[in-house]
Design a protein around this ligand. Structure first.
Ligand code: HEC
Length: 123
């Protein structure tokens, strides 16, 4: 049992390593992105990106399930990064998807957030 859990942890780390290596995202940016996800994004999107965060209830439209594979394959990485920095309005989505102007000067953190969003879709 312990060996199995350990094996899964190693596999998860290996996968995360591959995703990061492909993008060359510095570890510090990944850490910062994880913090931003938890403290900002998850309020609306929910920790797992299902759109079930505590602040999502009154929103209309509600945030979609970011894990939805159809949606994942319908958007490119640029779209996701643009939404994160410039907000929903920039791409004709709800202005309730707020812009994050402080991330304009942090492209690595934006990349790491985009990778986080992609990971919700199983990538
Ligand atoms: C105040 C609530 C709120 C917060 C905070 C928030 N979002 Fe959103 N987000 C939304 C809503 C609402 C939508 C759906 C907009 C629509 O469908 O018109 C959305 C949509 C999205 C989308 C999908 C865009 C698409 O093409 O459908 C992504 C990706 C996203 N948000 C990422 C993030 C990330 C990353 C963060 C944190 C930096 C974040 N969001 C913070 C409310 C929020």
């Amino acid at each position: 049992m312990r060996a199995r859990i350990f094996g899964m942890a190693v596999a998860a780390l290996a996968l995360a390593g591959v995703a990061q290596a492909a993008d060359n995202i510095p570890a510090a940016a990944v850490t910062e992105a994880d913090q931003i996800w938890t403290t900002r994004c998850a309020l609306c999107h929910g920790a797992g990106g299902k759109g079930d965060g505590p602040a999502a209830a009154p929103l209309n439209p509600k945030p979609r399930d970011l894990g939805d594979k159809k949606w994942q394959s319908s958007v490119d990485d640029k779209h996701i990064e643009l939404v994160i920095v410039k907000g929903g309005q920039a791409v004709n989505l709800s202005p309730m998807m707020a812009a994050n102007p402080d991330l304009e000067s942090k492209p690595d953190v934006v990349k790491a957030l985009r990778a986080k969003v992609r990971s919700l879709g199983g990538k």
